[in-house]
Design a protein around this ligand. Sequence first.
Ligand code: DAH
Length: 343
Amino acid sequence: MTLNVKIDEIRTKFLKQLKDAKTSKEIEKLKVFYLGKKGSLQDLMQFLKTATSEERPLFGKKINDLKIEITSHLENTLKRLLLDEENIKLKSENIDITLPGRRHFWGRYHPVTLMMNNMIDVLVSMGFSVETGPDIDSDFYNFEGLNFSKDHPARDMQDTFYISDDLLLRTHTSNVQVRTMEKFKPPIRAIAPGKCFRNETISARSHVFFHQIELFYIDENVSFSDLFSTMDEFLTKLFKKEVKTRFRPSYFPFVEPGMECDVECFICSGQGCRVCKDSGWLEVFGAGMIHPEVLKSGGIDPEKYSGYAAGIGVERLAMLLYGINDIRYFTQNDLRFLKQFNL
Ligand code: DAH
């Protein structure tokens, strides 16, 4: 067989195999088969060995031309197939960015926190600064300094969890009053939000654990009418509408005179229900003019200064605002209940 015939044979076979190759892997195989150390082109070298010295350069060129031809075919086809394969891969891994994402549940605020933050926002906008006091406090700040003497019958009004003779879980956020008076000179216009604890029977209306915001203002010539107007403005801003209020004289050792403020029951619109004990009204805070003895406990001269104070029940207000008829829901951790509040 002559070299030319052999070259034609190899070329024909190669072109057919090239046409049939569908993957880059098959091309790699062809490359080894034709151009490898033991490949078809290497076989042609034997023609060089037997060639005359005149034939040799021509044979060499023919073999080399075939090598160049095969190499360029292989390279072009390989490039094309690799590109196709890459496109197929990309398509299969395609991310559809128009798909809506999956929502993560990040949790939400507890309704009491929502209510508390709301109340704080309103009061801060009215010029009150925020003060805090400890949940575990001494008898002095919770009782004695607020004009409850050791054997004062009013202590029975506040069933207390005692830790020791002198330490207790604060029964109200009024414990922040004297602390703040010790810290600042009048004028003092402050609120104290926080947790309170009482050893009470748990019912739809009362709980052993609840929240209050104490509010007080001490300056020269503070009067009862300042208290009324402040509380009216506070409630109107908070509920974003005029609310019906009712003030009744009441007794708290740390104020004189003292009173309680009721808001018309939102749940039954004053008709009477379980929450308002059929009265049509809900007691939301106690208030009054700060007792001279309390001012003295805080080192403030009652001859020169006067002040008002109020203690607002956060759960009570949240119940009004959201129409909740049982205070126990707040501490039952039932997500069906808790998820309803998005302020
Ligand atoms: N500390 C009282 C309570 O927990 C609420 C209260 C009543 C606070 C009258 C006041 C006030 O500041 O003047 O029942």
